[in-house]
Design a protein around this ligand. Structure first.
Ligand SMILES: Cc1cc2nc3c(=O)[nH]c(=O)nc-3n(C[C@H](O)[C@H](O)[C@H](O)COP(=O)(O)OP(=O)(O)OC[C@H]3O[C@@H](n4cnc5c(N)ncnc54)[C@H](O)[C@@H]3O)c2cc1C
Length: 289
């Protein structure tokens, strides 16, 4: 049992997106532990248990009751039209409402084939639609530029909580699986940061298949510590698209990212010039069912 101190003054709203088909799984236990710990901290919690909800994870024509183009499916255009006209599927609109409600979003899942289970990818594909999660314009601008550190979900925190079969060493800088930060880059940078959220370093339980019940208290305690600092830990300092570090082609300016390769070039380094502050965006586009 996590014994986190109560901090009523810091009452926040947390969405836990849980992705595992077995309620008695280690992932299920982590989800339950998060709910207990967050409640003990005084926070409000909503869980989206995608398998238990039977969430439709396939993005297809069934998502649109009224098509702009009945002949050929352009998913991005149809999803934006559905958002604008209030004709989205109820399950999609409900998940968007939860995201807008939340101050923090936790994604709980096992690593399956070097990424999240397809269920989570499908949730992202169907819920993070154009006009809501991408293709978002700043007021008065004609082209969509609010992404990577700006966007409708600005001001929210996000954290991945992941379990892996492979041991910790496999995910180090020279480990055979590749660095965990690199494996999670598409999700953390390409989805969570892209939509404006501040992304915390992940919480990971490795070598999960070799664990037994005796390992649980230490895991729960470690996770409880991370949850206790969910709203105070420093986020990963991904560079903002519009912060001044990229040129007009969104290519990192010369001299920045020196000594780094791969996804790490997109993290601010000590001594880099300060970035422009993100533009606050009024939440003008509320999803409707
Ligand atoms: C399709 C697929 C692809 C995969 N791809 C990868 C991959 O690319 N890389 C990789 O590293 N791994 C991979 N794996 C392994 C996968 O990541 C692990 O099996 C998973 O993380 C374990 O989490 P779980 O919740 O399913 O664990 P479970 O099987 O539910 O539990 C694992 C162990 O945790 C113990 N445990 C301890 N405390 C508790 C508790 N309180 N409640 C429940 N159990 C507890 C259990 O005794 C059990 O032995 C893959 C697995 C699958 C099925």
């Amino acid at each position: 049992m996590i014994t986190a101190p109560r901090k009523r003054s810091m009452r926040k709203r947390v969405l836990v997106v849980h992705v595992h088909p077995e309620p008695a799984s280690l992932n299920g236990a982590l989800k339950d532990a998060a709910v207990r710990a967050l409640h003990a901290l005084g926070h409000e919690v909503i869980v989206s248990d995608l398998y238990a909800m039977g969430f439709k994870a396939v993005a297809d024509a069934q998502d649109f009751a009224q098509r702009v183009d009945p002949e050929r499916l352009y998913y991005a255009s149809e999803s934006e039209h559905a958002l604008d006209t209030g004709t989205q599927r109820a399950d999609v609109a409900e998940e968007q409402r939860k995201l807008l409600w939340a101050d923090a979003v936790i994604l709980q899942f096992p690593l399956w084939w070097f990424g999240p289970p397809a269920m989570l990818k499908g949730w992202i594909d169907r819920v993070f639609v154009r006009g809501f999660a991408y293709g978002v314009r700043a007021p008065g601008e004609s082209i969509a530029t609010l992404r990577y550190g700006e966007g409708l979900l600005l001001g929210r925190r996000a954290m991945v909580s992941v379990t892996t079969g492979a041991p910790h060493a496999h995910f180090g800088a020279r480990g055979i699986s590749g660095a965990l930060d690199d494996l999670l880059f598409p999700l953390q940078h390409g989805v969570l940061f892209y939509t404006g959220m501040s992304v915390l370093p992940p919480f990971a339980v490795h070598a999960a298949n070799h664990l037994g019940p005796g390992d649980w208290p230490a895991i729960e305690a470690a996770y409880g510590q991370r949850l206790a600092s969910l709203f105070t830990d420093a986020p990963i300092r991904y560079r903002m698209q519009n912060g001044g570090h990229y040129d007009e082609r969104q290519v990192l300016r010369p001299g920045l990212g020196a000594g780094e390769t791969g996804p790490r070039v997109h993290i601010v380094q000590h001594g880099d010039p300060p970035e422009r502050a993100p533009r606050a965006l009024p939440t003008t586009r509320r999803p409707a069912g």
